[in-house]
Design a protein around this ligand. Structure first.
Ligand code: FEO
Length: 408
């Protein structure tokens, strides 16, 4: 739990959340920070809100206490996005200060009613509407729908040049008291970049087109600081996270990085024999690669890796005339998150019948994934030397295709 100063009259209140599945679904091995911001003009506003994951806002009140802010003095609650990781504390806040005014988009107002039955003192804002807090803090609102829900807005303080961007430009990873790019070492920035890719792939990836539109729209503002709802605040180099997000959005259709993600599963070790062989081939090729066994490795990790990678290798046995089920589940998720345009290759074992290819084709077609596959290799039971050699040839072909796609 941290309170730090962002800029004049502006404070970051941050709470780390760990040991949960984010959205009830995504593993967060390094936690996630829920960021809230206070702006003290002549009037005080709070943007989004931190809370314990149980929805009880003692954590928020403790942070306000550190700033000597009486919750009753907060006049405006600005809800950039109604998802409960940013708004789940409102009902409890209402018990302490029933007179606050909510400022949010039209869609947020509808959701606020649907989720919490809250309809009083709600001011709906749209593009270019402003709110004057006094002492020069004039807030301007920018609609950035679908980053991440359709209701999302960003709030821009015209005095300090701070863009409060909510989910946009966010990342996983716990916050520290040095939660600013100008206070972090390059290793720390690298850590948060990995966490940002994972966050992007898990939470925002399906909305990459709206992300591009939001970046275009926000780029018209004289941004000096980016203050997201999750992750670190960018004061020294806000362009870094903007450019990173432009890059992440571009990975949707490929090519992405010069990397390969090998996703594999095995029932009795037959496919695993070929996987072990392939790992040696990839090492010889001196290309960066990531290996994930399913179902052991979480979807979130596989998604982040696949989002970064131009090449995908799928290795799994046939299972009851279809694909090994955990592989099918992961591929469905990659399809929903719109991991498109990858260079790909599949191999694996079968017993009495094939069938994996049919299901793979169905998933590719269902989500219009447009992966460019090299001809697969299937082997009956355990792979023979000739199977391994054929797989090796195709892996080396895939590596060439990945390098060509990235460097052409
Ligand atoms: Fe951080 Fe879409 O909520």
């Amino acid at each position: 739990m941290n309170v730090t100063k962002v800029s004049d009259d502006t404070y970051l209140l941050s709470v780390n959340v760990e040991n949960i599945l984010f959205e009830g679904l995504w593993e967060i091995p390094n936690g996630v920070a829920l960021n809230s911001y206070i702006i003290k003009g002549e009037k005080t506003a709070i943007i989004d809100g931190v809370c314990g994951w149980d929805g009880v806002p003692e954590s928020l009140f403790a942070l306000l206490d550190k700033l000597n802010i009486d919750p009753k003095s907060i006049e405006y609650l600005i809800i950039n996005h109604m998802e409960p990781d940013h708004s789940g504390w409102i009902e409890d806040f209402k018990k302490i200060n029933p007179n606050f005014k909510v400022v949010c988009s039209k869609k947020s107002a509808e959701l606020l009613d649907a989720f919490y039955g809250h309809t009083e003192n709600v001011t709906v804002v749209t593009d270019d509407d402003t709110l004057d807090l006094g002492n020069g803090h004039i807030l301007k609102f920018v609609e950035i729908p679908n980053v991440h829900w359709p209701d999302t807005i960003a709030t821009f303080d015209t005095l300090t040049g701070t863009l409060f961007s909510c989910d946009a430009f966010g990342s996983f990873g716990n916050a520290t008291e040095s939660n600013y790019d100008d206070m972090l070492k390059s290793d720390d920035i690298d850590f948060y970049e990995n966490e940002a890719v994972r966050y992007y792939a898990n939470i925002v990836a399906a909305f990459s087109m709206p992300v591009k539109k939001a970046i275009d729209k926000c780029s018209a503002l004289p941004i000096k600081i980016i203050a997201p709802g999750h992750g670190i605040v960018w004061r020294e180099n806000p362009n870094k996270i903007i450019e990173d997000y432009i890059r992440y959005a571009s990975y949707q259709k490929g090519p992405a990085k010069e990397e390969i993600t090998l996703i594999w599963g095995s029932m009795y070790g037959m496919t695993e024999k070929a996987v072990n062989y392939v790992v040696k081939v990839l090492e010889e090729e001196n290309i960066k690669f990531n290996v994930h066994r399913v179902p052991e490795v979480s979807w979130g990790t596989v998604l982040a890796s696949a989002w970064n990678s131009t090449g995908i290798i799928l290795a799994m046995p046939t299972y009851e005339y279809k694909m090994f089920p955990p592989m099918a589940a992961v591929l469905e998720e990659l399809g929903k998150k719109k991991v498109f345009g990858r260079k790909a290759f599949r191999f694996g074992s079968y017993g009495w019948s094939g069938g994996a290819q049919k299901e793979l084709d169905e998933i590719m077609n269902k989500y219009c994934m447009k992966w460019d596959f090299i001809e697969p290799v299937e082997f009956k039971g355990s792979p023979r030397d000739e199977d391994l050699q054929l797989i090796e040839t195709r892996i080396r072909d895939l590596v060439k295709e990945v390098r060509n796609a990235v460097n052409s």
